[in-house]
Design a protein around this ligand. Structure first.
Ligand code: GLA
Length: 714
């Protein structure tokens, strides 16, 4: 910045620094910054005081009239120099000053490719060498904006950051309706919508690891009324962070709503060294004026293209042994399951927990974590022998790991008790008899990477399930200095991403599922290193319909591992039909299945791979009937060219024989309607318009009846 401009900025800054809550500054010719996708735009404006303000986040091209700019509409408000609401950033400078001010320096927009652009807005404190760059990556075709902040300084020493929002947009509407996705183990992603009142509503996690166990860092915000599937203005938000997060919704006295999203400032601080850049996790936003259905399709399209590993690649059908064998198995038993895997047409056998530990064998969950050597009693010929045996039968081989964890009953803990997250002077509190390893410590991080590297380097391993079964409730590190203890959970996640990213780079051919005692780590921060996630240990299809329904608002079907099991003792067809609406897998003891059940599974898997998987995994999701609303749930996937669709109908209670109205079809096209797997076709074919207006009759009447219907344009 030129000296005279800097001086003007200083003067302006001092003018506006008086703490008048209703301060307004006019903005006659100030530059406006438009961050646009195909259908939406976030418009910012530099005020006469050189601060950057938000004008609106709405349909692109909508005229926004700004006569004056209120201080409360600052786009990334810092704490301590006039802004009196919930701030986005808070810092203690090296001289002890706890105030920050941020003034526009410059901005640039650079195209990355035909779809993606990056806007960077540089801000600076007028008196301190403290800099924030607001970054916005736009994905035009998907209508997604990804935003994050980069914070750095050139002060002499460390600046303490105690607030570090990734993004803090403000919305203007008459009413705001927030849908959260909360729950617990086996009840993940339960939807709850409420009208926001004045004050601050916080959705958060304070548990650092397995952080989304009680609430996922994603939400739906509906303007001017509750969200519906296909109409109304809706904003979807999803934070790319696997640690403690905070989503704070601050409704002010003028009915403006600010959503502050990022790492949870509760209990977390970061000592930022001179020259170091603190990059916040990214926040994903999408805007829709066609309700939350469009919001979902935007997220899904983005995820398949940018958010997941190998988004275009079909997910293999897994046979997993967890519910069938628990940790009680040996080599012979596992090899005998490979034949079953082949019989049911699975692609990959996934060996779950229980294969490691010698001095502390992993026969129960109280021992072995940390000792990642193959248990020589159970598997005397090792993992590569198993892989070979699977490969001989035309099956790929995958392996479960939980590399971030340690049981006190392990060689690792005996040698390195200090590697566990712990508080001095306090007794350990165990979760599932285990502790979290301290990934803020580079030595521990290297150890964890070595476990992953060694395990996945085993010849023949082509899949992994990465688990994490406990959270942090004693956040202390023997590695971090006393004045930096509060950065533990932040540094933990940076360390975790380092290991996950190494995995994705070194093992591009190994597919990976993120698991965390069920759905405790479901976020786009970790998912960029994974192909899918495990939504829940609850595989009762009745529960899974709701759990998958919730997660499906943000995460596409190809990412949602859905296994057919015997949980809940539901009819096999019902369990299969529910699992087929996600990334299908099976977790059953195939040796014990009756010949009829075995054949039914084999036929279903073959049909899924031939006719259903590509539509479900790559298609657009239309939620048709919510399991929250009535006795029946229904959803459909439609290919981008609208030539094919697959509709799933689940009868949760007896009754309701109304036709199911389909959505997302081409009204002009005629579709052949066929029950999946049946050769009978309803005759004549039906117009898309009629299928959407009048619906299709199904055979579902009784509790647990289900139907899978294929629609093919003629
Ligand atoms: C967690 C996972 C399960 C299974 C077990 C193994 O609970 O969610 O799927 O892998 O761990 O211990």
């Amino acid at each position: 910045m030129k000296p005279q401009i800097f001086a003007t900025v200083l003067l302006l800054a001092s003018i506006v620094s008086s703490p008048a809550p209703d301060f307004q500054t006019t903005a006659p010719d100030s530059p406006s910054i438009t961050i646009a996708t195909a259908r939406s735009a976030l418009t910012l404006r530099v005020g006469a005081d050189k601060r950057v303000y938000e004008v609106g986040y709405t349909a692109s091209g909508r005229q926004m009239v700004v006569t004056n700019i209120a201080r409360e509409t600052e786009c990334y408000p810092p704490y301590g120099n006039g802004f009196i609401l919930e701030p986005a950033v808070q810092a203690r400078h090296t001289d002890g000053n706890i105030s920050t001010d941020l003034i526009y320096v410059r901005h640039s927009t650079t195209p990355v490719d035909a779809d993606v652009s990056l806007t960077r807005i540089e801000l600076k404190d007028p008196v301190y060498p403290f800099f924030v760059t607001l970054c916005y990556k736009t994905y035009a075709a998907e209508d997604v904006i990804e935003s994050w902040s980069e914070i750095r300084h050139d002060e002499d020493g460390a600046v303490t950051l105690s607030r570090f929002a990734s993004s803090a947009p403000q919305f203007k509407a008459n009413e705001y309706w927030l849908t959260q996705f909360h729950g617990d183990y086996k009840h993940e992603a339960t939807m709850d919508e409420e009208k926001l009142g004045p004050g601050i509503k916080i959705l958060d996690s304070k548990i650092g690891v397995r952080a989304s166990r009680f609430c996922i860092p994603s939400f739906v915000l509906s303007l001017n009324g509750p969200a519906t599937e296909d109409s109304g203005e809706v904003i979807g938000g999803s934070l790319e962070w696997s640690g403690s997060f905070q989503l704070a919704f601050d409704l002010d006295w003028k009915n403006r709503l600010r959503a502050l999203c990022g790492i949870n400032p509760f209990g977390e601080q970061y000592q930022l060294k001179r020259g170091e850049v603190f990059t916040t996790p990214s926040m994903l936003w999408t805007w829709s004026d066609h309700g939350k259905g469009q919001m979902t399709r935007n997220f899904h399209r983005w995820a398949r293209q940018y958010g997941l590993r190998d988004g275009a690649k079909p997910r293999p059908v897994l046979l997993n042994n967890w519910e069938a064998t628990d940790m009680n198995f040996n080599e012979q038993l596992i090899v005998s399951l490979f034949d079953g895997a082949k019989k049911i047409n699975a692609d990959t056998f996934l060996l779950d927990d229980g294969w490691f530990g010698n001095a502390h064998p992993r026969n129960k969950d109280n021992a072995g974590l940390g000792d990642w050597q193959v248990n020589s009693n159970k598997l005397p010929q090792g993992l590569s022998y198993l892989a070979q045996e699977a490969n001989k039968r035309g099956i790929d081989f995958g392996i479960w790991i939980e590399p971030e964890m340690v049981n006190p009953s392990s060689d690792l803990f005996q040698v390195h008790p200090e590697w566990a997250i712990q508080q001095p002077h306090r007794d350990f509190i165990y979760g599932r008899n285990q502790l979290d390893l301290d990934l803020s410590n580079p030595q521990v991080r290297d150890f964890v990477w070595k476990i992953v590297d060694d395990t996945l380097s085993t010849p023949g391993v082509s899949y992994t399930k990465w688990d994490a079964n406990r959270f942090v409730n004693q956040p202390g590190s023997t590695y971090l200095p006393p004045d930096d203890q509060q950065s533990l959970l932040i540094r933990y996640n940076f360390g975790l991403y380092n290991v996950m990213s190494n995995m994705a780079v070194k093992f591009p051919g190994v597919m990976a599922m993120a698991c965390s005692g069920g759905g405790g780590r479901v976020d786009y921060g970790s998912l960029k290193y994974f192909h899918s996630f495990w939504p829940s240990d609850n595989t009762d299809p009745v529960s899974r319909i709701r759990i998958q329904w919730g997660f499906g608002h943000f995460f596409p079907a190809e990412a949602m591992a859905a296994h057919v099991t015997q949980m809940g003792k539901r009819p096999l067809k019902f369990a299969i039909d529910v699992a087929m609406s996600g990334a299908l897998g099976v977790d059953m003891d195939v040796r014990k299945l009756s010949p009829t059940d075995l054949q039914q599974l084999a036929d279903a898997v073959a049909l899924y791979k031939k006719e259903i998987r590509d539509v479900v995994e790559q298609g657009d999701l239309y939620r048709l009937e919510s399991p929250y609303d009535g006795p029946r749930a229904a959803l459909g996937y439609v290919t981008a060219d609208k030539s094919r669709a697959v509709v799933f109908v689940y009868q949760l209670k007896a009754g309701d024989a109304r036709p199911v109205k389909i959505a997302g079809l081409d009204p002009q096209k005629n579709y052949r309607v066929q029950v999946a797997g049946s050769t009978e076709t309803a005759n004549p074919s039906r117009a898309g318009s009629s299928l959407m207006q009048d619906g299709i009759e199904t055979s579902c009447r009784k509790e647990f009846d289900s139907a899978v219907i294929e629609l093919t344009a003629e």
